[in-house]
Design a binder for this molecule. Structure first.
Ligand code: ATP
Ligand code: MG
Length: 324
């Protein structure tokens, strides 16, 4: 009962990353919206491609958890060039990086009051709990380490669900077949950058950086710079500079629980860093345990804000065209 590619109608592009493009699609037999990820590959590599598709298909069983994006199938298609296609659950509020950029645009247009939505502590606590639960399930049950926790791989829907995606398949394997190089991630932990043994605590580090980025709207270790020199500098900084932490003073005022939570994630020495299970019991998670309703409300509001942002941008584009 797997989905046939010819039963899909493409509805539009959602976004694209280093390795491919994600498209919104309608699965006609069930009138269901799904997300279709397309990764272009070189055509001389069918052996590796088949291995990857096999590996992805095994993942199907892994995806039955409330904090993991459902997986509907993986395919190798040669109909429009060579590509790997991954079908998954569509999350209608998108990824955290997308939500963050919408909020940044609202802020620039002065459309957000200081006490308004944004990523407040309740929201960060709920997101952290969801990410940690998903990570814990992956490791306890399948010994899978995610390895790519970052805002674009944490997805939200208007039902108030938070799910992680894009794990398990080694970047190496994708790199060996993808048309473009899948770059080094700046969310990588110091031990991983240095090539040391790597555990689930690498994902804890990435979670810490992600939280700092969401609440400050800036990447903690000095901006994304894509030039080769920039990335090397950044990696060196991660290894050599003191641990990143939440800013204090100025406009910022965080609870002791949240400050402590982030500090426990961002410990450079992997052995001293908290584990996933320790963090699941942290006060920052438990103080917000009962606020499910408030969080669902926030997610609904995100959906509305995304729509409004889309509309405003459409109008801005049209105005720009007219002025030309
Ligand atoms: P990278 O290639 O470095 O992993 P990325 O995660 O941004 O970067 P993709 O995984 O290709 O790249 O995803 C592109 C964008 O599509 C994401 O930023 C996200 O906003 C959106 N997206 C991905 N999967 C889904 C999904 N299942 N539902 C809704 N939106 C999605
Ligand atoms: Mg992704």
């Amino acid at each position: 009962n797997s989905i046939k590619l010819e039963d899909l109608v493409q509805l539009g592009k959602i976004g694209s990353g280093n390795s491919g493009t994600v498209i919104k699609a309608l699965y006609v037999p069930e009138s269901k919206i799904i997300a279709k990820k397309v990764i272009p590959v070189e055509n001389n590599n069918s052996l590796v491609v088949n291995q990857l598709v096999r590996e992805l298909t095994i993942m199907k069983s892994v995806h039955s958890h409330g904090n993991i994006v459902s997986f509907y199938g993986a395919y190798y298609s040669q109909s429009t060039g060579n590509e790997i296609i991954i079908l998954m659950e569509y999350m209608n509020c998108g990824s955290l990086d997308k939500i963050l950029s919408v909020y940044k645009r609202f802020y620039e247009r002065r459309m957000i009051r200081a006490d308004d939505i944004w990523f407040n502590e309740l929201v960060i606590s709920k997101i952290s709990f969801a990410v940690l639960s998903g990570l814990s399930y992956l490791y306890e049950k399948y010994k899978i380490i995610h390895r790519d926790i970052k805002p674009s791989n944490v997805l939200i829907n208007s039902k108030g669900q938070v799910k992680i995606c894009d794990f398990g398949v080694s970047k190496k394997l994708i790199n060996s077949i993808a048309d473009t190089f899948v770059g080094t991630s700046t969310y990588m932990s110091p031990e991983r950058i240095q090539g040391n043994v790597y555990s689930t605590k690498g994902d804890v580090w990435s979670l810490g950086l992600m939280i700092i980025e969401l609440v400050t709207a800036e990447f903690p270790l000095g901006g994304h710079n894509d030039t080769p020199n920039g990335i090397l500098d950044l990696l060196q900084r991660i290894v050599n500079e003191p641990s990143p932490s939440l800013p204090t003073g100025g406009d910022y005022c965080f609870s002791v629980e949240m400050i402590d939570f982030v500090n426990r994630c961002c410990v450079k020495n992997e052995r001293e860093r908290s584990s996933i299970n320790e963090l699941l019991c942290h006060d920052f998670i438990s103080v917000h345990k009962k606020q499910g309703k408030e969080f669902r409300h926030w997610c609904k509001k995100v959906k509305v804000n995304l729509k409004e942002d889309k509309q405003i941008r459409r109008e801005e584009n049209e105005r720009a065209k007219l002025e030309k």
